[in-house]
Design a protein. Structure first.
Length: 173
């Protein structure tokens, strides 16, 4: 049995696919489709999986390298970048799954409502949006914590001064 592949990115396609699930390009019925037998060992799988995991690997290496120099900064990077990466990959995976489902159903209604995989710009927008929301949440929480600590420090300072005045026999002004 032979498998059809996208002429643009070499991703495996279902027999009735109208769009590539990986790159989103249209696969017309009259366009040349590359055929490959299942026994062939090519680097097509590596080529389509490597770009998807490359940003995650780079961020992981940066965090590990930062951890050895400054553990606190590495923890902050994990808190800020972790949710953004997870949301981006989850949204991308969900969209690709819907694309595969619409391609495998083969109905006219599914073809009319077919969705394309996330583009690079959509992935970048998802990552940056989630990153900035996470950053704002962390910054807001930190600001609230600092304000609460400042109030407690002021109350503690006022209490210590009051006790010192009482110990020294000084009346409050």
């Amino acid at each position: 049995m032979t498998m059809s592949h996208c002429p643009h990115c070499q991703a495996e396609l279902t027999p009735r696919a109208r769009f590539c699930w990986l790159c989103g390009n249209a696969v017309a019925a009259d366009s040349p489709i590359f055929l490959q037998s299942p026994g062939d060992s090519s680097s097509a799988v590596l080529r389509k999986k490597l770009p998807a995991y490359l940003p995650l690997g780079i961020v992981a290496l940066v965090i590990v390298g930062t951890y050895y120099e400054s553990p606190g900064l590495a923890i902050l990077l994990v808190l800020l970048l972790g949710p953004a990466l997870l949301v981006t990959y989850a949204r991308s995976w969900s969209r690709e799954r819907r694309v595969r489902q619409s391609q495998s159903s083969g109905t006219i209604a599914a073809a009319a409502t077919a969705v394309a995989p996330l583009t690079g710009n959509e992935k970048a927008a998802t990552f940056l949006t989630t990153f900035f929301v996470t950053f704002a949440t962390v910054a807001g929480t930190t600001l609230v914590a600092v304000c609460v600590l400042a109030v407690y420090a002021f109350i503690l300072f006022a209490s210590v001064i009051s006790v010192l005045f009482q110990l020294c026999g000084i009346s409050k002004p």
